[in-house]
Design a protein around this ligand. Structure first.
Ligand code: TXA
Ligand code: MG
Length: 343
């Protein structure tokens, strides 16, 4: 690798061209890899019922085999055909949030290949809202296995250019439907055990989900820096190549910038809201003050800063509240320097 020419097809994100989708679907049915936009991040898709095709995802990403992948479906009925049971909580959440940025983990059915679940008893399923993703799943007539379309451990892609940066020559086909809207990966809820668990915070805040199905067991990844009980959350993740440091307050970040500046370091500062910028930095990036807009921009900003070859990225954290949980989780992971591979 790289050993393939990656074909890039532009598609209208709202009304994708049928012929292009049909070609991509044909590729998928034949066991090929197709990267495509979802409303969260770009996914790297393969036929979710074909173990050989799914194995190519792991190879292209350099993803550890113990990390399972999400199956993307086009309806609740499709989801039900992939699980051993469909509990009331799944019905309630699917009716409320599908299609959308919510992934449900449930006991798997016999149809699901081992490689999809990393040999485990559960399968993760999502019905994405993006018209290109939906058209592709329908045209293929299959559940599409798709992790984020990045090399393992690197930042998730929120546009086609990000996908190519990591996977050009390693995948067959890329559907370029422009930038994604939510910008961070789906909320993952595990409904396979006696109590529902939040495995990964995402665009849907946990408090909203709790108002529908009751209390979620939360693993507070931010407070204590322990890993989430989802295989893919065990490792360094979502990280730019440039070392990133995070700060709870602007003064703390400003002090650090002065210190690094004295050492001749080239740094970027990513600050929260309209903080006065009295500090040393080559690049200064103000971030939006609402979690939705922040999430939409986050990976794009990190991808762009990573291209500048700086010594350090300093980030001021948004508030430690429920609505910022997902953004804080991703920033924590981006600044983690443990060196195992992630997803
Ligand atoms: O928004 C998203 O979810 C994107 C788009 C492409 O749909 N996909 C995505 O996939 O982020 P990936 O593979 O990068 O992250 C999926 C996460 C991983 O942390 C993985 O370990 C976890 O979901 N996961 C998958 N199957 C699981 C299972 N059966 N049990 C527990 N966790 C699971
Ligand atoms: Mg990923």
């Amino acid at each position: 690798m790289p050993d393939t020419v990656t074909k890039v097809w532009f598609v209208d994100p709202d009304l994708p061209d049928r012929e292009v989708i049909e070609q991509a679907a044909e590729f998928l049915r034949a066991g090929g890899l197709v990267a495509f936009p979802t409303e969260t991040v770009y996914g790297l898709g393969a036929n979710g019922l074909d173990p050989t095709a799914v194995a190519r995802i792991y190879e292209a990403k350099g993803r550890p085999a113990r990390n399972p992948v999400i199956l993307h479906v086009a309806s609740i009925a499709d989801a039900e055909s992939l699980v051993a049971n469909w509990p009331p909580a799944a019905r309630l959440l699917a009716e409320r949030y599908w299609p959308g940025p919510l992934t449900l983990v449930l006991p798997r059915s016999d149809r699901v290949p081992d490689i999809v679940t990393a040999g485990g008893p559960t399968v993760a399923i999502r019905h994405p809202a993006h018209p290109v993703a939906q058209a592709l799943i329908r045209a293929a007539g299959l559940p599409i296995a798709a992790p984020s379309a990045n090399r393992s451990g690197e930042l998730s892609p929120t546009c086609a250019e990000h996908v190519l940066r990591g996977l050009d020559g390693r995948i067959d086909f890329l559907l370029d439907g422009g930038p994604t809207s939510a910008g961070i990966e789906s909320t993952v809820i595990d409904l396979s055990g006696p109590v529902p668990r939040l495995l990964r915070p995402g665009p849907i805040p946990p408090s909203e989900i709790e108002s529908i199905i009751g209390v979620l067991t939360r693993v507070d990844a931010i407070a204590d820096d322990t890993a989430l009980p989802s295989p893919g959350m065990l490792d360094r993740h979502y990280a730019p190549r440039t070392p990133l440091e995070r700060f709870e307050t602007f003064p703390a970040m400003a002090d650090r910038s002065v210190e690094l500046g004295r050492d001749g370091k080239r740094i970027a500062m990513v600050f929260f809201g309209n903080t006065a910028v009295d500090a040393t930095a080559i690049v200064r990036v103000p971030m939006p003050e609402t979690p939705g807009e922040y999430g939409t921009r986050l990976y794009g900003v990190l991808h762009d800063l990573d291209q500048l070859g700086l010594d350090r990225i300093l980030i001021q954290m948004p508030p430690a509240t429920d609505e910022w949980l997902a953004v804080r989780d991703r920033l924590r992971r981006a600044s983690s320097h443990a060196c195992a591979a992630g997803s």
